[in-house]
Write a protein that binds this ligand. Structure first.
Ligand code: ZN
Length: 258
């Protein structure tokens, strides 16, 4: 179980089946795909839709899932801005998430029901949900659309900027820069890391093995696709591993790539 730091909602993982793996492997990219994934991967208590979680909480579920499956160390890759050689930064997902946790804002105070009031002035706002961000992104002017949805009344530009600064502190996402030093030329560099999307890419890589597993198990045991997809993913992977391990290597490879 994971307590989501922005919304306070508790997330409990459900056992995945092959159908969840297919939905993940073939799912949408970006925030929309992450929201769909969170909706199927965890049970939320109190029961809310994954779309109603702030983006930072969706990010944390994805990052935590990847951490449980593949460990805490993440590698982000990019290029040195000075010598253009490839560089990477290795970091702890737990430390990264802790560093980007939500914090109280000196600019705003909570007034109940998820709403806040700026201490300077009277403007009231709430933290955007993933649905707000997705729907605003599809509009002609995403920034004003997001403010329209999350701020009561109309506010002058300076107040809008204060609200956005408070939102970034109260509900940060896990997209941030990580710093490193280029081993080739010694220059300091920063990589813009979208931890959620890096982790989603790895979770998709793991999920896509469902196709090979179905192929192996159906070929070896003659079970139907539906029966194989209904198996808990962990059990399906064990059957597939057992079959691959017990077949002569060339035949297992043939089956895996058939
Ligand atoms: Zn360099």
């Amino acid at each position: 179980m994971l307590a989501l730091p922005i919304s306070g909602v508790q997330a409990t993982w459900r056992p995945a089946t092959g159908r969840d793996d297919i939905a993940l492997a073939d799912g949408a990219q970006g925030l929309e795909g992450a929201v769909d994934y969170v909706g199927s991967a965890v049970r939320l208590d109190p029961p809310v839709e994954a779309r109603d979680l702030p983006v930072g909480d969706v990010d944390l579920v994805v990052v935590w899932d990847r951490r449980e499956r593949r460990g805490d160390t993440m590698v982000a890759e990019g290029r040195c801005g000075r010598c253009l050689e490839p560089v990477d930064v290795r970091f702890s997902l737990a430390a990264y998430a802790a560093h980007h946790r939500p914090r109280a804002s000196r600019r705003a105070e909570p007034i109940g029901d998820g709403w806040f009031r700026l201490r300077a002035g009277e403007a009231e706002f709430r933290v955007p949900t993933s649905a707000d961000v997705l729907e605003a992104a599809a509009s002609v002017d995403p920034r004003s659309e997001l403010l329209d949805r999350c701020v009561r009344g109309t506010v002058p530009p300076a107040t809008a900027r204060s609200i956005e600064a408070a939102m970034a502190r109260l509900a940060p996402t896990l997209r941030a820069a990580v710093a490193g030093t280029c081993p080739e030329c010694g220059a300091a560099f920063e990589l813009e890391v979208d931890a959620r999307e890096l982790c989603m890419a790895e979770l998709r890589q793991d999920a896509i093995t469902v196709y090979d597993d179905v192929n192996l198990i159906a070929t070896a045991y003659g079970w139907s696709q539906d029966d194989i997809l209904d198996l808990p993913s962990a059990r399906r992977r064990r059957y597939a591993g057992t079959i691959a391990g017990h077949l002569p290597e060339t035949r297992a490879r043939e089956l895996a790539h058939a």
